[in-house]
Design a protein around this ligand. Sequence first.
Ligand SMILES: Nc1ncnc2c1ncn2[C@@H]1O[C@H](COP(=O)(O)OP(=O)(O)OP(=O)(O)O)[C@@H](O)[C@H]1O
Length: 281
Amino acid sequence: MKIEVREGNFCYAKKKEVKPFIYESNISFTLEPGKIMAILGPNGAGKTTLLKCITGLQDWRVGESLIDDVPLAKVSQKELWKKIGYVPQAHKMVFGFSIEDLVVMGRAPYIGSLSKPRKEDYEKAHEALNEVGIVHLAKKSCNEVSGGELQLALIARTLVSNPEILILDEPESHLDVQKQVVILETLKRLAKEHKISCIINTHYPNHAFYLADQVLMIAKEKKAVIGAVHEVMTESRMKEYFNIDLRKLIFEEEDLLFETMVPLALAAKRDISECRFNSFE
Ligand SMILES: Nc1ncnc2c1ncn2[C@@H]1O[C@H](COP(=O)(O)OP(=O)(O)OP(=O)(O)O)[C@@H](O)[C@H]1O
């Protein structure tokens, strides 16, 4: 499914209060089916706000979002949430029910308002939990799992509604390295095999390099910039938007190409001859 934003902008103004728009320039982009867009920007730049406006959880002050050329305002809420899966940041909420029940809630658009989830809904939930690698936690309470495990459960909750668009707010931020890889590989597979379009907020440049077909970069008092990953994520633009000196590293191993960015400020000030590469193993 195609998702598009035309000239969108937003401000958190109270009644009668005049506040400037959050974004220095109106935001426009088109994301084709099965493509992945990463949104990068410093803390407070407006990434979460942007996701909420894109999905209609918050109304744009100007501009609009469209799915398959239809303005969101013309799509019923029930149809909308069948098509869009939204994964918020996990640490901002506490739940009192089991992981399995949390995931089954994602089936809501398919269950009548007076009906209970059926066997098939629970089967879907278990499939999704299996997909993200935490099916063994199905019966545990959400209060008894780690932040990372809860994050994985929230991703499973969106998968059970068979979404055509996935919107994820920093889904990897609480996960250990292995689970980050699980999530990134899962997203890439969903995009490729099921043509699910994904928009993901991330603070990790190397995740954008691995995942994204296009990048949207925002920062306070800077124009939003959107384009192909390698055009947007240059050392000079990272300096401009994040105010930090980063060096882009590219290396090859077994015919695979790896790209990442490392802050120069984190360099260890010692002689290279003292470095021991894996020599303590
Ligand atoms: N409900 C709100 N009312 C007023 N201002 C808000 C509200 N929510 C967020 N803001 C402000 O809007 C700006 C953008 O916030 P937002 O959460 O979208 O940023 P972000 O880029 O997602 O940040 P982070 O990377 O830290 O998660 C911030 O200055 C924030 O303080």
